[in-house]
Design a protein around this ligand. Structure first.
Ligand code: CO
Length: 295
């Protein structure tokens, strides 16, 4: 090989390596800039009750305080709720719509926090949607989902403790606190009877029933009678005091829990404070969010 040829090959290789270096560092800079664009997406079932929005606002505020450098957006998993809100002219995105919008706005990492109670259908669907939006070209690259309220023994204990500390002041041996949970046909409904175990360990006069699962209200009524309860406080075991709390729990219709308990001879009082109103409970959702943000 001649000296000229060697020099030629050498300079060619040098040029290639310089170009590669240039492109790599440009690409890296590009990536770094992009990876800095992160946002939090809070996802709830949604509610059509305007007053319940105050609870969402409190969650927004506390999330902003905990994660001040992140933009926070909302999405609702209930199509029915979204349709009603849109008819009223309110913004209501599904998780998929919100994720598509985040990607369009240059967000590459989305931290979704599920504000659901149990890892049921809404949460399962959210995980599927999040997976579908992971690695979208020119869109969201990383999409992570934080656990709902109840997943671990620690969550169960913390929630039971919070409920016990927020129970009505006037409770005596003949007064019971009955919580209305949503309930589900999903296997995760098991968290509700499990919650009864944790509640009973702290206070034998706190009961939990569900609208759509186990324990049923009938089962709770049987327990109340067995324990010779005379007065009942009703309280929602839900994120917000929405349609279920206002109508199914405390409404005047014959089928409401208030009416059924009254018919069964109990003196009924209503407390519409929902789970999302308690700071120590909001902290559990935020703890689950920090588990994915700080991972
Ligand atoms: Co419902």
């Amino acid at each position: 090989m001649t000296r000229r040829k060697l020099i030629l090959i050498f300079s060619f290789l040098l040029a290639v390596s310089l170009m590669l270096g240039h492109f790599t560092s440009r690409a890296e800079q590009h990536e770094t800039k992009k990876s800095e664009k992160k946002a939090i997406l809070l996802v709830a079932f949604g509610t059509t009750v305007p007053e319940a929005k105050a609870t969402y606002n409190r969650i927004s505020e506390q999330t902003t305080k905990t994660f001040p450098s992140y933009e926070i957006r909302w999405a609702y998993t209930s199509k029915k709720v979204r349709t009603i809100l849109k008819k009223r002219g309110e913004a209501a995105q599904s998780p998929a719509e919100a994720l598509a919008q985040l990607g369009e706005d240059g967000i590459t990492t989305a931290y979704i926090q599920s504000l659901h109670i149990i890892p049921g259908d809404e949460y399962d669907d959210l995980k599927v949607t999040a997976a579908a939006f992971s690695g979208i070209p020119k869109g969201t690259k990383i999409v992570k989902v934080g656990d709902p309220l109840l997943v671990s023994d620690a969550d169960m204990r913390a929630v039971a403790q919070s409920i016990n500390s927020h129970k009505p002041q006037d409770m005596d041996t003949t007064t019971a606190l009955v919580l209305m949970g949503h309930g589900s046909r999903h296997p995760s409904n098991i968290y509700y009877p499990a919650m009864q175990y944790y509640l009973s360990a702290l206070n034998s006069n706190i009961f939990i029933g569900t609208v759509e699962g186990t324990p049923t209200l009938d089962e709770v009524v049987a327990q109340l009678k067995q324990r010779h309860i005379k007065r009942v406080w009703l309280m929602p075991f839900m994120l917000v005091s929405g349609d279920h709390a206002i109508n199914d729990m405390s409404g005047d219709e014959d089928t409401s829990w208030k009416s059924i308990l009254t018919k069964n001879g109990f003196e009924v009082s209503i407390n519409l404070t929902s789970l999302g109103e308690f700071e120590d409970i909001r902290n559990i959702w935020l703890k689950h969010l920090s588990e994915i943000v700080n991972k």
